[in-house]
Design a protein around this ligand. Structure first.
Ligand code: G6P
Ligand code: ZN
Length: 574
């Protein structure tokens, strides 16, 4: 029996997790006792207690993961946890961890990730707790963790030699059972059960001109991509790139968008690749592109919902409902209306989908921030979205040759096109940004009467406008300005407005939304979302930025963004 010691410590400030856990620089986590304190507090906050618990452990493999896992093993043993199920070499994508928690009926899981944030000794590390449903811990639990961190005086640790994290199988660490599992195997079984792998495989085999390139961005999805695209679907090895997880993501920024996934974007254009896809550091985000084609995340979720019949999982379970975050385009609503599905509009953040799924009212959902997923787990799922698209394309090709652009066009012809774009103004001065948002809030509340019916220029007449609020239909909890604090990717205090935003809806269905990001770490990030509905088929192939220009002009004029922030141009356009 290993001896258990109580190690004296003192509280650290700022260990308040957001829904995406505690995210800080690696150097912060490396302070003596800092990480151990947070692990002890997490174990203490487990609603059913740490004693006798089974926990799933793994993450995106970023720098400091092996050290953190060894700490978790020693502290778990010190707190009489019964069993740890650990991804080999610390690797488990966020979706794979969510799935493992569910199939092993674990008490919960500790995920070591800072998502798409860069890694390495000078970048970020993160620790996040997920519950037995496989989803991120709710605020009641994360607040309890925080409360405990503020008064912790010691943590319990078993004196154990380091566990070999490469050896698959079960071993004993003192009284603690440690099972090291293949990081990929269970997840592959899940996807093979959800999608029609035979159909995809035979399409790819029969159509060698349809080329695929998956970019793991040096993050966690590399081994998943290798197993699924190369070994299961039989694609050539050159169909995957950057598929070896690296502690610093090859020095890159593992976020799948047109800016950060530039290697992929370049190769797709240069090599005429039919289907390009990428996922982020921890595997929950996704991007789908093709030569001359880009699928906006808003269109992606709408098309997956519209084509759900081609996916065996949804044929089995039926589509119980659809949901999107508020800024995500309303393309999904059009599918819901046509097909008669219930649909929901929730604040920004994946956790708002979880309650609806657990209540059996939601099957498919997505966010404009490159998150797409379903009720197969309780996290968004990058590789799932990529395979969903391959399944849809393979099904469409049974009747006629269909590229990504053909699928988009067919969808627009049936539903119309919701042109959508997001402008980000990063690291602006908080004061100006807050003043701008406060003024907009006044416009849609106290000054509402003057706003409704007003022509804001270029023919955009205001139909409605508000400061978005949300009442969870399952538990009745209310998210509204200052009603609660929420912060997804960071650990400092925010007011509730970061998951909400000001929205203005026009007579023609166009929308304009402004909110402040809840995930930035320097100053404020203003996000401006514009959406314009188009039902004239002659315009379906227009360029997004051109189609949206008149509305963007209205947005900039109404918000006085340049006056308040000093910015003439956005830093990122997606
Ligand atoms: C995280 C969450 C997403 C959410 C996004 C919003 O990535 O997991 O669910 O959409 O943050 O970020 P923002 O910076 O816009 O607040
Ligand atoms: Zn992520």
């Amino acid at each position: 029996m290993a001896s258990i010691q109580s190690i004296p410590t003192k509280p650290f400030e700022g260990q308040r997790p957001g829904t995406s856990g505690l995210r800080k620089r690696v150097k912060v986590f490396q302070q003596e006792h800092y990480t151990q304190n947070f692990i002890q507090a997490t174990l203490d906050a487990i609603p059913t207690g740490a004693k006798g618990a089974t926990l799933v452990i793994g993450g995106d493999g970023r720098y400091f993961s092996p050290e953190a896992v060894q700490m978790i093993i020693r502290i778990a043993a010190g707190n009489e946890v019964a069993k740890l199920i650990i991804g080999q070499h610390t690797i488990l994508s966020t979706p794979a961890a969510s799935h493992l928690i569910r199939i092993r009926k674990a008490t919960g899981g500790i995920l070591l990730t800072a998502s798409h944030n860069p890694g390495g000794p000078d970048n970020d590390f993160g620790i996040k707790y997920n519950m037995s449903n496989g989803g991120p811990a709710p605020e009641s639990v994360t607040e309890k963790i925080y409360e405990i961190t503020q008064k912790l005086t010691s943590y319990k640790e078993a004196q154990l030699p380091a566990v070999d994290l490469s050896a698959i199988g079960t071993q004993k660490a003192g009284n603690l059972e440690v099972e090291i599992v293949d990081s990929v195997a269970d997840y592959v079984v899940l996807l093979k059960d959800i999608f029609d792998f035979n159909l995809i495989k035979s399409f790819l085999h029969k159509t060698p001109s349809f080329t695929v390139l998956f970019d793991g961005m040096h993050g966690v999805t590399g081994p998943y991509g290798q197993r699924i695209f190369v070994e299961e679907l039989g694609l050539p090895q050159k169909s995957v790139m950057n598929c070896k997880p690296s502690p610093d993501f090859g020095g890159g920024h593992p976020d799948p968008n047109l800016t950060y996934a530039h290697d992929l974007v370049e190769r797709v254009e240069k090599e005429n690749i039919s289907f390009g896809a990428a996922s982020d550091g921890d595997g929950d985000r996704n991007m789908i592109i093709g030569k001359g084609a880009f699928v906006t995340p808003s269109d992606s979720v709408a098309i997956i919902a519209a084509q759900a019949d081609s996916i065996p999982y949804f044929r089995r379970t039926g589509v119980k409902g659809l949901a999107r975050s508020m800024p995500t385009s309303t393309a999904l609503d059009l599918v819901a209306k046509k097909k008669g599905y219930e649909h929901f509009e929730v604040p920004t953040g994946w956790k708002f989908f979880g309650n609806l799924m657990d209540a059996g009212r939601l099957s498919i959902c997505g966010e404009e921030s490159f998150g797409t997923g379903s009720d197969h787990i309780r996290e968004k799922d990058g590789v799932w979205a990529v395979v969903a698209w391959l399944n849809i394309i393979a099904a469409a090709n049974q009747t006629k040759p269909s590229s990504i652009n053909d699928i988009l066009l067919t969808h627009y012809n049936e539903y119309g096109r919701n042109f959508f774009s997001r402008y980000d103004y990063e690291e602006v001065e908080s004061e100006g940004a807050n003043k701008m948002v406060d003024r907009l809030r006044a416009l849609v509340s106290t000054d509402r009467a003057q706003l409704i019916g007003k022509d804001l220029g270029n023919g955009f007449v205001v139909k409605d406008g508000d400061d978005f609020e949300y009442t969870d239909p399952i538990d009745g909890s209310v998210s509204k300005k200052q009603a609660s604090w929420q912060s997804w990717d960071c650990s400092f205090l925010m007011d509730g407005s970061s998951v909400l935003g000001v929205r203005i809806i026009f007579e023609d269905g166009s929308r304009l939304i402004i909110r402040l990001s809840g995930t930035g770490s320097q100053g404020a990030t203003v996000r401006l979302y514009v959406e314009k509905y188009e039902s004239n088929p002659a315009k379906y192939q227009d360029k997004t930025q051109e189609a949206l220009r008149p509305l963007i002009e209205v947005a900039l004029k109404l918000s006085q963004l340049t006056e308040f922030t000093g910015r003439k141009e956005p830093t990122v356009i997606t």
